[in-house]
Design a protein around this ligand. Structure first.
Ligand SMILES: Cc1cc2nc3c(=O)[nH]c(=O)nc-3n(C[C@H](O)[C@H](O)[C@H](O)COP(=O)(O)O)c2cc1C
Length: 283
C-alpha cells in the first residue's frame, strides 16, 4: 500500500500515486464527436488517480468505430476537451488522451459519406458492431494505399498536437484490441506485399511511424502505447506473437516513450479471476 500511494515519474510527469485509470469508451459525445457536458464531470470525479487515460478518441473522422464516441480533429472537439483537462487539473489530476483509430472495426454508417472502413488489407472481420440502428455485420474494408497510410499518420500527428493544445498531459497510441495499428501488426489482417506487410519489420512499420510522428510533434516523453499481444479480440490473430512483440518492444526501447500499457492477456478464468475479462466470463 505504501508503494501504491507513493509518487512515480512517467515521462516528464510526476504522478501523485501509482493508480492509473484504464481507457474506457463511454459513448457520451454528440454525433459530431464533441464530448457532452457530462464528460468533464465524469473525469473530474476520477482525478484522484495518479493518471487517467481517456476513453478512445478518433484522430480523424475515418477512425471512428462506435456510436457517440469523441474525436480530436475539429475546433469544437478541441474546445470541449479543454474543459475536460481543466476540470481534471483543477482537482490535481493528470490525463493522457488515448488515440484510437478503429480501422476495419467500424461500419459505413459511422463514417463520413458512408465510406468504407480503412484497413491494411481488404479482409472482412467476422462479427458485428453496434450502429445507430443496432447490431450490424462488419463489412469488407478498403485497403489503404501507401499515400493514404501517410495521410493517416499525419492525422495522428495532428491529433497529438491538438490534444496538447486542449491541455492534455500526453497521448497514448491504442495499438491493442484489434484496431488499426494491431491490424497492421497481425498476420491475419495484414496480407500486404509492400513495405507495410510481410516481415515483422514491415508489419510494425505503421506503429513505429505513428509513434515517431507523434513524438516529433509533442516529445516522446508525452507519448505512451497500449499493446495486447495474444488477446485476439475483434477477430485478430498473429501467427507468431512472440516474434512480433519481442521485436516491436525492442524497437520501443529506443524511443524513450512515457510508458507501455499491457492489459491482462491470460486466458479468461472463471475459477481464479484476475481481471475484467475474467469477471465478464464469470457472469
Ligand atoms: C466499458 C469498457 C470500455 C473500454 N474502452 C476501452 C477503450 O476505449 N480503449 C481501450 O484501450 N480499452 C478499453 N477498454 C479495456 C480496458 O481499458 C482494459 O484494458 C480492460 O478492461 C482490461 O483491464 P485489466 O487488464 O486491468 O483487467 C474498455 C473496457 C471496458 C470495460
Amino acid at each position: 500500500m505504501h508503494s501504491l500511494f507513493s509518487q512515480v515519474q512517467i515521462g516528464r510527469l510526476t504522478l501523485s500515486n501509482r493508480m492509473v485509470m484504464a481507457p474506457m469508451t463511454r459513448s457520451r459525445s454528440d454525433d459530431s464527436g464533441v464530448p457532452t457536458e457530462l464528460v468533464p464531470t465524469y473525469y473530474a470525479q476520477r482525478a484522484g488517480a495518479g493518471l487517467i487515460i481517456s476513453e478512445g478518441v478518433f484522430p480523424v473522422a475515418l477512425g471512428k468505430g462506435y456510436v457517440r464516441t469523441p474525436g480530436i480533429e475539429t475546433a469544437e472537439q478541441v474546445a470541449a476537451w479543454k474543459q475536460v483537462s481543466e476540470a481534471v487539473h483543477a482537482r490535481g489530476g493528470r490525463i493522457f488522451m488515448q488515440l484510437m483509430h478503429c480501422g476495419r472495426i467500424s461500419h459505413p454508417s459511422l463514417l463520413p459519406d458512408g465510406s468504407l472502413p480503412q484497413a491494411p488489407s481488404a479482409i472482412k472481420p467476422t462479427g458485428q458492431t453496434w450502429t445507430a440502428s443496432g447490431l450490424q455485420d462488419f463489412v469488407t474494408p478498403h485497403a489503404l494505399s501507401v499515400v493514404e497510410i501517410a495521410a493517416v499518420i499525419e492525422g495522428y500527428r495532428q491529433a497529438a498536437r491538438l490534444a496538447i493544445e486542449a491541455g492534455f498531459d500526453g497521448v497514448e497510441l491504442h495499438a491493442a484490441s484489434g484496431y488499426l495499428p494491431e491490424q497492421f501488426l497481425s498476420t491475419s489482417s495484414n496480407q500486404r506485399t509492400d513495405e507495410y506487410g510481410g516481415s515483422v519489420e514491415n508489419r510494425a512499420r505503421f506503429v513505429l511511424e505513428v509513434l515517431n510522428a507523434m513524438a516529433t510533434e509533442i516529445g516522446s516523453d508525452r507519448v505512451g502505447i497500449k499493446l495486447s499481444p495474444e488477446m485476439n479480440f475483434n477477430d485478430i490473430v498473429d501467427a507468431n506473437p512472440q516474434e512480433t512483440y519481442t521485436w516491436l518492444v525492442e524497437q520501443l526501447r529506443g524511443l524513450n516513450l512515457a510508458y507501455l500499457q499491457l492489459p491482462c492477456s491470460a486466458p479468461a478464468s472463471t475459477t481464479t479471476p484476475c481481471c475484467a475479462r475474467c469477471s465478464m466470463a464469470a457472469t
